[in-house]
Ligand binder design. Sequence first.
Ligand code: ARG
Length: 456
Amino acid sequence: MTKLWGGRFTKTAEEWVDAFGASIGFDQKLVDEDIEGSLAHVTMLGKCEILSSEEVELIKGGLNILREKAKKGELEFSVHNEDIHLNLEKFLIDEIGPVGGKLHTGRSRNDQVATDMHLYLRNQTEEIMSAVKKLQEAIVCQANDHIETLIPGYTHLQRAQPVSFSHHLLAYFWMLERDYSRLSDSLKRVNISPLGAGALAGTTFPIDREYSAQLLEFEGIYENSLDAVSDRDFIVEFLAASSTLMMHLSRFAEELILWSSQEFQFIEMDDTFATGSSIMPQKKNPDMAELIRGKTGRVYGNLFSLLTTLKGLPLAYNKDMQEDKEGMFDTVETVKGSLLIFAGMIETMKVKAEVMNEAVHQDFSNATELADYLATKGMPFREAHEVVGKLVLTAINKGVFLLELPFSDYKDASDLFEEDIYEVLQPKTVVARRNSAGGTGFEQVKKALAKAQSLL
Ligand code: ARG
């Protein structure tokens, strides 16, 4: 069987070589985008009187039949026809006869494949953005219920200062907000049409690139035909934004995993998102959170893989660029799946507020408050730090926490202490008083929640 491009060849291709070069195994994912792009292209060819209106109608009819067949899974793609573009062109010619061969007038697979990927990534980025919003909603929902639930705040994974659990959760809301904004910004560069750039240099046909761009709802066209067919920045950007997003999910997953451990017991995962052990009957493992943490690796890998593929490529199209697709598809599926699962985990997790509240009473995370107390009364903070450090040591030696230390110990440490320290040292007071902008004080958290809600 000859190839659609077989004219200058004397030997027929060997199947095992074809199989190596083919992308149809994965780029059939672009079937809808490829047909959409072709419909816009042929409509433009009609408008510019490059093809007659009868030809255009025939081709459009054929493309619509292919679209229906694709939906029903009736297209039998073949490695012999290499990729989605040549497969569809072959089907079109089979469907409507030689006039189908006019579709490719003034176009190359190079601008065609770029157009497909711009369309694909536009749709997928929008879907991912709404999945980000869903997760943010789940976070806000839990945060709403736990403004007054206290949890130890950590630095170096050592108890540092108590915070509102709501505040802790909302930290992830704002990370996701940046992820959303990165994705949204990347759309500006995704939403540009390479169609009509031809193989690399433009075309002799009097095409109207603005018109086909408009039909595809692109916001503009690439200024330079060489750039149009060899640019994959928009995919790199998507992969980079996805990597950052996954890094956030992975950190959050790590906390959920820690919190579900016997050592913390701050939350319990819903059964749906946990699994048991094949040998240890008592186990409930946070598998989904672990898997999201794990999948972050492949998303980073996809970013590096594409950057590496692109780094030595001369202009314009090179076959290396066919390698841009699988990592992109994989990232799209991984990110969408991870976001969906994450929202489910957050929505359904049981927050053990009593355990958290109990935890903040079992530590020295109110010590800063005591230093601030002395500083407010005029003692230089550095000196206050020293005084309180000694008090902590006294308490440790006596086997108690600061709230249980007798007042005489405080008086011995500094005359500035009054009986009101026992109120000041209450974790609730400690949290409430951190009322600086963006702090964990309940007033601030309520403000932050309202702001978060307004962004949903
Ligand atoms: N399957 C190819 C790809 O994904 C389509 C473009 C092929 N262009 C070419 N000149 N061989 O990159």
